[in-house]
Each structure stands twice: as C-alpha cells, then as structure tokens.
Design a protein around this ligand. Sequence first.
Ligand code: RET
Length: 237
Amino acid sequence: MILSILQPGDYVGFTFFIGSMAMMAATVFFFFEMGNVHGKWRTSLLISGLITFIAAVHYYYMRDFWIATGTSPTELRYIDWILTVPLMCVEFYLILRSFGAKIGLLWKMIFYSVWMLVTGYLGETVFRDSSAMWGAISTLGYLGIFYEVWFGSAKKLANNSNDPILQKAFNTLAWFIFVGWAIYPIGYMAIETDGLLSSIIPLEALDIIYNIGDAVNKIGFGLVIYSLAVSSSRKEA
Ligand SMILES: *C/C=C(C)/C=C/C=C(C)/C=C/C1=C(C)CCCC1(C)C
C-alpha cells in the first residue's frame, strides 16, 4: 500500500486530492438526483454520474501515483479519458436522440475522440521527440468533434429541435468543447522542452492544467445536463 503523505507546498498534489473528492461528491449528486427528474432523463444523469465515477476512481490512483513518484500518471490519465470522453459523446447523442439523432453520429464522435486520445498518448509517451507532430494529428480528432457540435449534424439537429431549453443547453455544451477542451492542448504544450509554451509554463503545470480541465469538463458538463433535465422535467409536469 502506498502511503498518501501530502507535503506542504505540493500544489500539484493538492489539485489531485481536490479533484478526487470533487469527482466523488459529483458522482453521489448525479446518482441521487436521478430520482428527481422525468424518466426519460434518467439515463443522461446516469451517464453524468458514470463519467465522474470513473474519474473519481482514477483520481484515487493518480493521487497516490503522484505522491509516490512525483511524476505524471500519464497511463492512468489516458485510460480515464479513453473511457470518459466517449461517454461525453454519448451525452450529446442522448439529448439529441428524440430530435432524430442517428447512431452513426455517436460512432463518428467516438471515432474522433479515440483518434484524439490515442495519438495524444503516443505524443506524450512513445514519440515524445515528435510530440508537436502528434499533437497536431491529435488536434484533427478534436476539430472533428468541434465541427460536429458547432456546424455539423449535431448542430443542425439542435437548431431544428424547436426546443429552446434543449438549444440553450446544447450551446453551453458546445462552448465546453470549444473553451473547456482547449485547456488540454495547453497542458500538452508544457511537455515540449523547447516547445511553444514551455518557456512560460513549467512542466509541473501539466498536471495542474489537466486536473483543472477535468474538473471543469466532467463536473461542469454533467451539471449542464442536470439543469437541462430539471428544466425539461418541470415543463413536462
Ligand atoms: C474528461 C476528460 C476530457 C474531457 C479530456 C479531453 C481531452 C482533450 C480534449 C485532449 C486533447 C488533446 C489535443 C487536442 C492535442 C494534444 C493532445 C491532447 C490529447 C491533450
């Protein structure tokens, strides 16, 4: 067993502990609130809770990894993402399903996200010397998702839904993809020893940036789904 002794001034460690607890609390919240929304929203809240649950378990291990080694838990990080990011694509599909979303849209978004994460992992580990190139290849997957929710078929379905509550939530989620997800490539650029941002952001910032990104994108994203479910259930009643 690894003893989790958090040292004074270990700010990266602090964010791992805060992230761990925040993910757990968010999970309890989403699961309990499933009982307070209309039946058709339960699956969406379940998925929100699963996203933070998977993250909570990984944060539990990542936290100890960081304390024990003082290095980035890259493998655990990407295993977490490869499970949770496709689930975020499922959330998009679920909220658009009653407005005609096809399963093909879901597979397309999952493909983009797996592309983005596998190539990002290769750039951070195996091919670190050419991390800039792998970062660029990874960004193509990110742009695919970005295109879908800002201009592509997902956006069109939301536009044609004639449901202002859905449209408002969809737009907020699209902003998460734009601004919230842009946090990650900024963290990634910290790994390049002579990269674009390495002179302004130290390597240790990588985990702080990823931890902030995860809190914003997993808990915040889930809360948008939650408030959509609550407003829509209220209208239904
Ligand atoms: C809960 C975890 C989430 C939402 C993770 C999202 C991760 C990304 C959007 C990562 C994107 C990357 C790039 C666009 C290029 C550089 C490599 C990555 C993988 C950091």
